[in-house]
Design a protein around this ligand. Structure first.
Ligand SMILES: *Cc1c(COP(=O)(O)O)cnc(C)c1O
Length: 448
């Protein structure tokens, strides 16, 4: 031990061996050198100056490398939660850019005085959903939390079907959110069958609301029964309760038109008589991360005035991108403008053509795949897709593609690494070919 310690180089010697660096980086190299020498001392490992210097350089580079980066999503999962869900439209990107500096976030440009942050998206949101009013928060989970807190907080009861006490993902569990909101959960029905009369029978003088949660990441099949939205809103209306409908993804377009299963649209959920409908901004809507709440004017006003609203309110960048996204729906251009719908609407003919071109460029083969919408939308529903399969050990290839610039994330299909084009926009094909070509040639990425 004593020998090893005596043999350790000095911090100064290591810093000198790293070579010329500017003053800021020198301070960081010094602290990394100290760390490495302390580690060597603790483990009793003998090290020489140049080895520590090389490790110090590598550690510095590792710490300098950005971790939040643009990637090419070739997984075939259109809304990939780990890859940031919906890509934004060109108009939304422009709106983000324009709002980044000083913006009329809470300023009334006509009156020249303080304005309303909530006004920007609310009117448009209400209009495209056919609702009386709307409000925006940070994400879908916040939308559910705020709705329950404002409608049923302080120990009032909320009735939920046992088949809907689900975990949405990321440890977001409906029973926990209910508890956090201050409401008291009342379970009715069974996992596979719950009728409108089950809800009606559970109503007491403490009941504030009926909550319905969309089964967004699983499918109940077989001997099942669920009350319809219309039935639940009728029960709620008759007994003077609120009906809260958490749609989860919340689509404004008819998914069945694209060969996918039928999802209750936001417009239909509103028309069925819900007091509040909640959904996400970055799932099938195709916009930024946000929680959207639409419904009756009086209930929305209650939500807006709740103390939690201040903690859950969105920033100007979110609002700007959201307004641009909603504008595409209002003007009937969603399928043309929004990446999510462009991907879902892509035909196998066009996917096949692109796959052929890419396969020829990188030396792969065209294979048939099944893509999914993902992001807690349309569970178990798939669309036929086309991918480029690459020869070679799939895990090693995947690692190399991930270290590229931009990183490419593929999917293993039948023991081969495949690049599914359903989740890649055509304008990214050239970048995909370049990144894959470099990875296959074992070239180091530019960013190194
Ligand atoms: C996704 C989802 C949520 C949560 O929405 P986030 O935007 O991810 O916070 C809540 N409820 C349901 C049914 C969902 O599918």
């Amino acid at each position: 031990m004593t020998d090893v310690r005596r043999a350790l180089p000095s911090v100064d010697a290591v810093v000198r061996a790293v070579g010329r660096v500017d003053a800021t980086r020198r301070a960081r190299v010094t602290s990394i050198a100290r760390e490495l020498l302390a580690e060597a001392r603790a483990s009793g490992t003998a090290v020489d100056t140049s080895a520590v210097a090389a490790t110090a350089k590598a550690r510095l580079a590792e710490r300098d490398a950005p971790t939040l980066r643009r990637v090419i999503n070739a997984t075939g999962v259109v809304l990939h939660t780990n890859l940031g869900r919906a890509p934004l439209s060109g108009a939304a990107l422009q709106a983000l850019h324009d709002a980044a500096g000083a913006a009329s976030l809470e300023y009334d440009l006509i009156e020249g005085k303080r304005g309303e942050r909530h006004g920007h998206a609310a009117r448009l949101l209400a209009e495209v959903c056919g609702a009386e009013d709307g409000v925006v928060v940070n994400n879908g989970a916040a939308a559910v939390l705020l709705s329950l807190a404002a409608i049923a907080g302080r120990g009032r009861e909320v009735i939920v079907s046992r088949g809907e006490l689900v975990e949405i993902g990321g440890a977001f569990r409906i029973p926990d959110v209910l508890t956090r909101s201050g409401a008291k959960l009342v379970e009715v029905g069974t996992t596979n069958r719950t009728y409108a009369r089950d809800y009606a029978a559970a109503i007491t003088e403490k009941t504030a609301a009926i909550l319905r949660v969309h089964a967004s990441n699983f499918k109940v099949s077989g001997f099942t029964a669920r009350a319809t939205s219309k039935e639940l809103s009728a029960v709620a209306r008759e007994r003077g309760l609120a009906f809260v409908h958490d749609l989860g993804s919340g689509t404004l377009l008819d998914t069945a038109r694209y060969g996918l299963g039928v999802e209750e649209t936001v417009q239909r959920a509103v028309a069925a008589g819900a007091d509040v409908v909640t959904f996400s901004g970055d799932k099938l809507l195709g916009g930024p991360q946000a929680g959207l709440i639409v419904g009756r004017a009086a209930t929305i006003a209650k939500l807006r005035g709740h103390p939690l609203m201040r903690a859950l309110r969105p920033d100007k960048l979110t609002l700007a991108a959201l307004v641009a996204t909603l504008t595409s729906y209002r003007d009937g251009n969603a399928e043309r403008d929004l990446p999510v719908w462009r991907m879902i609407a892509a035909t196998t003919t066009s996917l096949g053509k692109r796959a052929k071109t890419i396969a020829a460029a990188v030396g792969g083969t065209v294979v048939t795949t099944e893509s999914t919408v993902g992001g807690g939308s349309l569970p178990e529903e798939t669309q036929p897709s086309r991918a480029v399969a690459l020869a070679g050990a799939p895990q090693a290839l995947a690692t190399r593609l991930r270290s590229g610039d931009p990183p490419v994330i593929g999917v293993v299909v039948d023991g081969q690494l495949a690049l599914d084009l359903r989740s890649v926009l055509p304008e990214d094909d050239a970048a995909l070919v370049e990144a894959v070509g470099r990875a296959l040639r074992h070239e180091r990425p530019k960013r190194g």
